[in-house]
Design a protein around this ligand. Structure first.
Ligand code: PMP
Length: 356
C-alpha cells in the first residue's frame, strides 16, 4: 500500500513520475536503450534538457524576460558559494537575511568571499519567525534570502523591495505558490522537494547580472559557462533532470502554479486548523509566518508520543518526525502530497484526542 509520505526531502513525487521514469530506465522513448545508457549529447537527451529548461521559465512566468534556467550538480549547498563567487565583487559586500539553518549555511560560505552583513536574524528565538522591518544596505552587491525554512517551518510571505540584485534559495517551496518571480535575479532550488529526485539543482539567472565582479571564476563554478554550454558544460545529472522534466510536465498538466497553490493552501489550512483546534498539539512557528510546505508542531504532553507515533504508523504515515535540531513533528506537504494524506493525519490527531 502506498504510504502517506510526509518526508522533508527527498520526498513524495507524483506517482506518474515514478512510473514514467522507471519505464525510461528500462526503455527510453521506445529506443531499445535505457535513459541511463545513452549519451547526454544524443538527440533524445538534448531534447529533455531543452524542454526542462524552457518549462521552468514557462511555469515561473519568466519566458522572454532575460532569464536562463540551468540544471547543475552539487546540491543547493553548492549555490551557497557559487552565488558569492559570481556576484560579490572583489572587496565587495553582500547582505543576508538569516532565517534558519540553510540561510546560516549560505552566510558561512559568503564570508569566504567578502564582507557579509546579516541584515536581520531570528536565531535567538530558534528561528521561529521571519524578521521584518530590516534595512538592506544600498551598497551591497546583492541581497540573499531563503523563501521557505524547511527545518523550522517558516515561510516568507513578502519579499523586500530593493534596487540591488535579489537572490533567493527556494529549495523547499519553488513551484508551490504564485510569486512575482521577476523580482529575483537568481533563484536556486535543490530538486528534491517540489521538482524531482536528489542530484540536480535548478538555478534561474537573470543573465545581465553576471560578469560584474572582476573575479576569475573556476569554470565549473561559473554560471556564465554553464549557460553558454546550454547546461551541458559537463555531463549533467541525466536521470534527475529527466525525472524533473516529468514533474514539471505533471505540474503544467494540472494547471501550473496557480492550480497547485490552491491545493497547497487547502492542505495547509486543514492541518493548521487541526493543530490549533486540538488541545493536545501546538504549532512552533509564528502564525503569520507559517509555512505551507513544512508544518512544525509539538505534543503538549510528550507522554502521548508513543501512542501518537504508533497510530501514525498504523495509518501508513511516513516521515513525520521533526528535524533533529528541533524535535517534535514536521509534516512536509509538498506539491505531490495529496489532500487525502493530510486528512488522514488530521483524523489521527483527532482520534488521539478521543482516547487519551
Ligand atoms: N536550502 C534549503 C532551504 C534546504 O531545505 C536544503 C536541504 N534540505 C538545502 C538548502 C540544502 O540542499 P542540498 O542538500 O541539496 O545541498
Amino acid at each position: 500500500m502506498k504510504k502517506h509520505n510526509y518526508s522533508a526531502g527527498p520526498c513524495i513525487l507524483p506517482q506518474e513520475v515514478f512510473e514514467k521514469s522507471a519505464q525510461a530506465i528500462l526503455n527510453f522513448n521506445d529506443s531499445g536503450l535505457s535513459l541511463l545508457e545513452i549519451s547526454h549529447r544524443s538527440k533524445d537527451f538534448v531534447a529533455v534538457m531543452e524542454e526542462a529548461r524552457a518549462l521552468v521559465l514557462e511555469l515561473l512566468d519568466l519566458k522572454d524576460k532575460g532569464y536562463q534556467a540551468i540544471f547543475l550538480g552539487g546540491g543547493a549547498s553548492l549555490e551557497f558559494l557559487m552565488v558569492p563567487y559570481n556576484l560579490m565583487k572583489e572587496n565587495g559586500k553582500a547582505a543576508y537575511l538569516n532565517t534558519g539553518t540553510w540561510a546560516s549555511g549560505a552566510i558561512k560560505e559568503a564570508k569566504f568571499f567578502g564582507t557579509t552583513t546579516v541584515v536581520a536574524s531570528s536565531e535567538e528565538e530558534n528561528f521561529n519567525h521571519i524578521p521584518k522591518g530590516y534595512t538592506i544596505p544600498a551598497d551591497a552587491d546583492y541581497f540573499h534570502c531563503t523563501s521557505n525554512n524547511t527545518i523550522f517551518g517558516t515561510q516568507m510571505k513578502e519579499f523586500p523591495e530593493t534596487d540591488i540584485p535579489v537572490v533567493c534559495d527556494m529549495s523547499s517551496d519553488i513551484f508551490s505558490r504564485k510569486i512575482d518571480f521577476s523580482k529575483f535575479d537568481i533563484i536556486y532550488a535543490g530538486a528534491q522537494k517540489n521538482m524531482g529526485p536528489a542530484g540536480t539543482t535548478l538555478v534561474v539567472i537573470k543573465e545581465e547580472i553576471l560578469g560584474k565582479t572582476g573575479r576569475t571564476i573556476p569554470s565549473m563554478l561559473d554560471y556564465a559557462k554553464h549557460i553558454k554550454a546550454d547546461s551541458m558544460y559537463n555531463t549533467p545529472p541525466v536521470f534527475p533532470v529527466y525525472a524533473s522534466l516529468l514533474t514539471l510536465q505533471w505540474l503544467k498538466k494540472i494547471g501550473g502554479i496557480e492550480a497547485i497553490e490552491k491545493i497547497n493552501d487547502a492542505k495547509a489550512a486543514l492541518l493548521y486548523n487541526e493543530i490549533d483546534r486540538n488541545p493536545l498539539f501546538r504549532g512552533t512557528a509564528a502564525v503569520e509566518d507559517r509555512s505551507n510546505m513544512n508544518a512544525t508542531f509539538l505534543l503538549n504532553d510528550e507522554s502521548h508520543a508513543a501512542k501518537f507515533d504508533e497510530m501514525c504508523k498504523a495509518a501508513g504515515i511516513n516521515g513525520l518526525p521533526g528535524h533533529r535540531s528541533v524535535g517534535g513533528y514536521r509534516a512536509s506537504m509538498y506539491n505531490a502530497l495529496p489532500l487525502e494524506s493530510v486528512q488522514v493525519l488530521a483524523d489521527v490527531m483527532k482520534e488521539l484526542e478521543t482516547i487519551v
